[in-house]
Design a binder for this molecule. Structure first.
Ligand code: NAD
Length: 479
C-alpha cells in the first residue's frame, strides 16, 4: 500500500496501525534482516540515480546532475555503508557497572527498536534528507513512514516509486502532501519523529507531537556564522566558503549564512571571493553547474532581501554578472556580497538560504564571540585560521550544532559525527552512533545475582539490617 494524494488522516492512521501491528507481531529484526534492508535500499538508490537527478533538476528549475550525485546520492550511499559496517557494534549490548552491594548481579543496556518512526523532510536536499533518516531508522530495526516535501513533487514521486518497489508497506510507506498532511502526520502517535525543516514549522511539529508525548529529533535551520581569522582571507579559505555558500544555489541548511572578517582583510576577502566564483562558475549565474532557486516565492524573497539593503547604503557586490543577452538560466541570482550591512536589516535577521553573503568586519575575537552569542544558537559555525588561542576561545565560548574548521559543509559528510542543531537550530542528532541510538530505546536491564547485600535490607529490620547498613554507609551504627 502506498498512500498518495489526497490522503486523509484516517488513511495515515491505518498505515501506522498496519506498521505497528507488523512490528509487534513479527519476529524482532536481527542483524541479518537489517543488513538485508540496507542492501536493498543501497541497490535501489543506485538504480534510481539517473531518474533522481532529472527529477531534482526539474523540481529546482535546474540543478546539475553532478551536484545531485555528490550531495544526495553519494551522501546516502556513504551513510548506508557506514551503518552496515558498524551495525554489529551499534547493536551490541552495552555492559554497565554494578555497584559492590549489588554484586554478583549484571547490568547492561539493550538498544531496542522504538517501533514506527515518522520522517518529515524538506525540499532543499529532498532525497538525502529523506533517505539517510530512513536508513538510520531501518538500521535501528524500525518501521518507517516518510513524508517528503510537496515543493519537490518530481523527487517525491521518485522516492515513492523507489520505496514501493523495494519495501513492503508494513516496513516502509510514503505519504505525500503539503502542510495539512504534515500537520496530521505530526499528530500521529509514532514512536519517534525525525523532522527536518524550518524552525517555525519545527515548533508546530513539537506542539503536535506533545499531544501523544512522541519523542522528537528536530533538524532545523538558522544563520550559520563563518569567521575568518586575521590573515586568512586566502584563496583556499574563499574556495571553501564559495563552495559552501553556492552549492545548491545557497539553499543548504548548513551553508555559511554570513561572514565575519578581520577589518584589515576585507579587501582581500572580496577579491578572493570574486576570483573563487569565477573559477567555480566561469559563466556566472548562467553556468551549467549553478543551481536555480526552488520557486518564485523564494526567488522574490531573496531579491527582496538585496533590495532592502540596497536602499540602506550597504555595499552590494554582484559577481559573475553576464551581459543581458547571455542565455539565462531559470531563477538564478548572481553570487552577491553585501558588505557592512546593519544588524537591523532583514538579511541579518532571517536565514538567507540563497547565494547572498553578508560580510561584517571585526577587530577582536571577543567581538566575534559576543556577536555570535547575542544571536540564536546556530546550526553550524565555521572558523578559518590556525588552531590557536583565538580558535580555542571561540569554540569554548560559543555553542552551535557543529563546527567546521578550515572547511564548510564537510562535517555533514563525517558519518561518525553526530549531526544536529541546538536550541532554535534543532534538538537531538542523527548520523553516527547518536543517530542509531536516537531511533532506539536504551533499555537498562539488571539481572539479580543469587545473593547480594541489599537482600539483607528487608523488613523486619533488626541487627542484620543494622550491620548491613553499617557496612554500606561505612559508618558507626547510630543505634
Ligand atoms: P518547512 O519547515 O517548510 O517544511 C519541512 C516539512 O514540513 C515539509 O515536509 C513540509 O511539507 C512540512 N510542513 C510545512 N508546513 C507544515 C505545517 N504547518 N505543519 C506540518 N508540516 C508542515 O521547511 P522547508 O522550507 O522545506 O526547508 C527549508 C528549511 O529547512 C530551512 O530552514 C533549512 O535550514 C531547514 N533545513 C534544515 C536541515 C537540517 O539538517 N538541520 C536540513 C535541510 C533544511
Amino acid at each position: 500500500m502506498t498512500v498518495t494524494l489526497p490522503v486523509s488522516g484516517s488513511d495515515m492512521a491505518t498505515v501506522l496501525d498496519c506498521q505497528r501491528a507488523s512490528f509487534l507481531n513479527e519476529e524482532p529484526s536481527n542483524i541479518a534482516d537489517r543488513k538485508f534492508q540496507l542492501k536493498r535500499l543501497r541497490a535501489a538508490v543506485l538504480t534510481y540515480r539517473r531518474e533522481l537527478a532529472e527529477a531534482v533538476s526539474a523540481d529546482f528549475g535546474h540543478r546539475s546532475h553532478h551536484e545531485t550525485d555528490i550531495l544526495e546520492v553519494l551522501c546516502v550511499v556513504q551513510a548506508i555503508d557506514y551503518l552496515n559496517r558498524n551495525l554489529r557494534r551499534f547493536m551490541r549490548k552495552d555492559r554497565r557497572h554494578v555497584g559492590l552491594f549489588y554484586r554478583a548481579g549484571r547490568a547492561y543496556v539493550e538498544y531496542q527498536p522504538k517501533g514506527v518512526i515518522g520522517v518529515m523532510s524538506p525540499w532543499n536536499y529532498p532525497f538525502s534528507l529523506t533517505i539517510i533518516p530512513l536508513a538510520t531508522a531501518l538500521a535501528a530495526g524500525n518501521r518507517v513512514m516518510l513524508k517528503p516535501s510537496e515543493l519537490t513533487p518530481c523527487t517525491s514521486d521518485v522516492i515513492q516509486r523507489m520505496i514501493t518497489g523495494t519495501f513492503p508497506p508494513e516496513e516502509v510507506a510514503v505519504v505525500l502532501g503539503g502542510p495539512e498532511v504534515g500537520a496530521t502526520f505530526s499528530g500521529l502517535p509514532f514512536d519517534h519523529i525525525l523532522f527536518t525543516g524550518s524552525t517555525p514549522v519545527g515548533r508546530k511539529i513539537m506542539k503536535a507531537a506533545s499531544d501523544n508525548l512522541v519523542p522528537l529529533t528536530l533538524e532545523l535551520g538558522g544563520k550559520s556564522p563563518t569567521i575568518v581569522a586575521k590573515g586568512h582571507a586566502t584563496r583556499q579559505t574563499l574556495d571553501s566558503i564559495v563552495f559552501g555558500k553556492l552549492s545548491n544555489g545557497g539553499q543548504t541548511c548548513i551553508a555559511p549564512d554570513y561572514a565575519l572578517v578581520h577589518e584589515e582583510d576585507l579587501k582581500t576577502f572580496i577579491t578572493e571571493f570574486e576570483a573563487s566564483v569565477a573559477r567555480f562558475y566561469p559563466d556566472g549565474p548562467t553556468s551549467r553547474d549553478y543551481t536555480s532557486i526552488i520557486n518564485d516565492h523564494h526567488y522574490e524573497r531573496l531579491k527582496g532581501l538585496v533590495e532592502d539593503v540596497r536602499t540602506s547604503g550597504a555595499r552590494i557586490i554582484e559577481t559573475g554578472l553576464m551581459p543581458d543577452d547571455a542565455p539565462q538560466q531559470l531563477r538564478t541570482l548572481p553570487p552577491t556580497l553585501v558588505v557592512e550591512v546593519g544588524d537591523d536589516a532583514e538579511i541579518m535577521r532571517e536565514e538567507i538560504f540563497g547565494p547572498i553573503l553578508p560580510v561584517r568586519t571585526y577587530r577582536s575575537i571577543k567581538e566575534v564571540i559576543d556577536y555570535v552569542n547575542a544571536r540564536p544558537r546556530p546550526l553550524a559555525l565555521y572558523y578559518f585560521g590556525a588552531q590557536d588561542a583565538d580558535c580555542g576561545e571561540l569554540l569554548a565560548r560559543t555553542t552551535s550544532g557543529n563546527v567546521g574548521i578550515n572547511n564548510t559543509l564537510m562535517h555533514f559528510a563525517q558519518d561518525d559525527l553526530p549531526f544536529g542543531g541546538v536550541g532554535p537550530s534543532g534538538m537531538g542528532a542523527y548520523h553516527g552512533i547518536e543517530g542509531f541510538r536516537s531511533m532506539s530505546h536504551a533499555k537498562g536491564i539488571f539481572i539479580q545475582g543469587k545473593w547480594n547485600l541489599t537482600s539483607l535490607l528487608r523488613a523486619p529490620f533488626g541487627n542484620i539490617a543494622n550491620l548491613a547498613l553499617k557496612v554500606m554507609l561505612r559508618s558507626h551504627d547510630p543505634h
